[in-house]
Design a protein around this ligand. Structure first.
Ligand code: SF4
Length: 347
């Protein structure tokens, strides 16, 4: 029996604890962003394989017993999952989970923000890559820009203590909007975060030339606002935060040029119940088989702890070390195993 305690939990080979869990509730999405789902057609996970809310809640309980305190619901687009507030209500009843967050593209948020807040969701992160509707039409094949803005405003109105705005910055697409997006976020009391374009599964058009680095992003902001200083924060946070001279802050997630794998305490569960140890990981533990096959909570916890203790994944750092860096997966390889897609593994 592997020794685990509620407070300690398992650590991996680099001493990283399991504290954060990203749970994908669907592989479907209503946008087709070029950095994630650029293809015309996708192979979806069979509906019968998607975990039910009760199965997700049971797994969340097992993970919290292993030390997980933070859960983030992702997709695909999680708000496409029918009645998501019911899942939020189940999870928020678990005292051991101190943080229950959602990452969404915002298209369907206006209608659901209040219900999600009432159900116990604590934080929302909304993706907004451009302030220009015509760019979104071209880049994400969607004319729902106004709905995203309405979703952002609904999240503020619902009273979430933290609403973050995530922008993937891509050279030649939206790198000329960094300052506008920053002002937009500050004007609505949101925390802006810029994310480097990553060469993950799904990003079949990725190239290093399109990556706008953290250094460039910070320099762009500093040219407008003056010297920008790093903010001290938890070593486990993925975003580096920076403060403007007036104290306002923004974050940069430098997964491509300055990865933070050595402090990565995140596991992820795909919508069909595969436990993955890394965004770039190939192998996973089939939790659905265990849950539906009659395994007890203790047996499942033991299997999870065992794979976490064997974990030595440092996917983004390994990518950084490559002499020639191209796309991670070509379309044929993604079609051979849809779990390689970022929209399936809850990027
Ligand atoms: S690449 Fe893998 S190990 Fe590195 S930060 Fe991302 S999920 Fe964690």
């Amino acid at each position: 029996m592997i020794a685990t305690t509620r407070l300690l939990g398992p650590s991996d080979r680099f001493g990283r604890p399991l504290r954060n869990l990203r749970i994908s509730v669907t592989d479907r999405c209503n946008l087709r962003c070029r950095y994630c789902m650029p293809e015309a057609e996708y192979q979806w996970l069979p509906r019968s394989s998607i975990l039910s809310f009760e199965e997700i809640d049971r797994l969340a309980g097992i993970f919290s017993g292993l030390g997980v305190t933070k859960v983030r619901l992702t997709g695909g687009e999680p708000l496409l999952r029918h009645d998501l507030p019911t899942l939020v209500r189940l999870l928020s009843a678990r005292d051991a989970l101190s943080d229950l967050a959602l990452t969404t593209n915002g298209v369907l948020l206006a209608r659901q923000a209040e219900a999600l807040r009432v159900a116990g969701l604590t934080r929302v992160t909304i993706s907004l890559d451009t302030l220009r509707p015509e760019r979104m039409r071209e880049f994400a094949r969607s004319s729902r820009h106004a709905d995203v803005i309405a979703g952002i405003d609904a999240a503020r109105a619902a009273g979430f203590p933290s609403v973050k705005l995530n922008t993937v910055v891509i050279r030649g697409f939206n790198d000329d909007e960094i300052l506008e997006l920053l002002d937009f976020a500050f004007g609505r009391d949101l925390e802006p975060r810029f994310i480097e374009y990553m060469d993950v599964g799904g990003a079949t058009g990725w190239s290093m030339a399109q990556v706008v680095s953290q250094r460039e992003i910070v320099e762009t902001v500093a040219r407008r606002y003056g010297a920008v200083k790093p903010v001290q924060q938890s070593q486990w946070a993925p975003a580096e935060r920076f403060a403007l001279p007036d104290g306002r802050t923004f974050g940069v997630i430098a997964s491509t040029t300055a990865p933070f794998c050595r402090t990565c305490d995140r596991g992820r569960i795909t919508a069909d119940g595969t436990f993955l140890l890394c965004l770039y990981g190939e192998q996973g533990l089939d939790l659905r088989e265990l849950v539906r096959g009659g395994a007890t909570d203790a047996e499942i916890a033991e299997r999870i702890a065992a794979v976490w203790q064997a974990r030595d994944d440092r996917g983004a750092e390994a990518r950084l070390g490559l002499a020639e860096r191209g796309v991670l997966h070509r379309i044929e390889s993604l079609r051979a195993d849809p779990r390689r897609e970022m929209h399936t593994r809850g990027g």
